[in-house]
Design a protein around this ligand. Structure first.
Ligand SMILES: C[S@@+](CC[C@H](N)C(=O)[O-])C[C@H]1O[C@@H](n2cnc3c(N)ncnc32)[C@H](O)[C@@H]1O
Length: 250
């Protein structure tokens, strides 16, 4: 609790005001990732090796952008920083501990950008969301990694739409998911997409008590790899239930 409070306070002061509401969920993710490190390790290694393979297939390595860089747990940051001239990490929040770690490692070619990648405000005002349009301004872009952010865009937007009791919630969520996928598909460079697509909560006998499509009915792209990620292993949600997410990489 004390570590969380310190992380929250230290991150809040260095986070632009508009993104401070997201600090709390970033700190919770950090706490859960620490508690579930053993169970999350295979998922994180799968993500890192997929990104390393993507890097290996790229000849020109000038700028790489990571969307949803977060805690840098599923991103091989050393390999990216070693391979590219510039690595740009984009997230609503970069935790104070992650900033400190990057500084301590003396990565000189890493830039951090705080940005809402959802397109939520545009979609809410009835415009076609283009959350990845800013990537068109990034010079010499050779790789974009979408690092387990897509489902979280939906989760965050769903929460905000529920608070507002928005009657167009389902339609807006689908537009946001599509906008991310379309934005990636339109990029003129190598793209690596990692995302969870669905989850199930089940007890120790395999009885499913809850399940959901995290892409809100939008068809998942053809995956090159897929695996399971125990996001909430036994003990997180309850002693005898676990939440397992389906992950794809493409
Ligand atoms: C499951 S975590 C990804 C973990 C991260 N790739 C890592 O290696 O630790 C999802 C990330 O997406 C970020 N995120 C969620 N919604 C976002 C949004 N609308 N815009 C930008 N980042 C967002 C969260 O802050 C979080 O860091």
């Amino acid at each position: 609790m004390l570590a969380e409070a310190i992380q929250h306070a230290a991150t809040s002061v260095i986070t632009p005001k508009e993104f401070r509401p997201f600090v709390r969920s970033s700190v919770s993710l950090w706490s859960r990732a620490g508690r579930c490190a053993k169970e999350w390790a295979p998922h994180e290694e799968n993500c890192k090796s997929f990104i390393r393979e993507a890097i290996a297939g790229i000849r020109e390595r000038r700028t790489a952008v990571v969307l949803g860089s977060g805690l840098l747990r599923d991103v091989p940051i050393g390999a990216l920083a070693g391979a590219f001239d510039t690595v740009v990490l984009v997230d609503v929040v970069h935790l104070a501990s992650i900033r400190a770690w990057l500084k301590a490692k003396r990565f000189r070619n890493i830039r951090l950008i705080s940005r809402d990648l959802s397109g939520f405000d545009e979609a809410l005002s009835g415009k076609a969301p283009e959350p990845l349009a800013f990537l068109r301004q990034v010079p010499y872009l050779d790789l974009v990694v979408s690092a387990n952010i897509l489902s979280q865009i939906g989760v965050g937007a769903k929460r905000r739409l529920e608070q507002e009791k928005n009657p167009k919630s389902d339609e807006i969520l689908q537009r946001l998911i599509r906008a991310h996928l379309d934005g990636l598909a339109a990029l003129p460079c190598k793209v690596a997409l990692l995302t969870d697509t669905a989850y199930k909560v089940a007890d120790r006998h395999g009885n499913v008590t809850e399940e959901a499509d995290l892409l809100r009915g939008v068809p998942a792209p053809q995956a090159k790899r897929c695996w399971k990620w125990p996001v909430a292993p036994y003990g997180e949600l309850g002693k005898d239930v676990q939440a397992i997410h389906d992950v794809i990489a493409m």
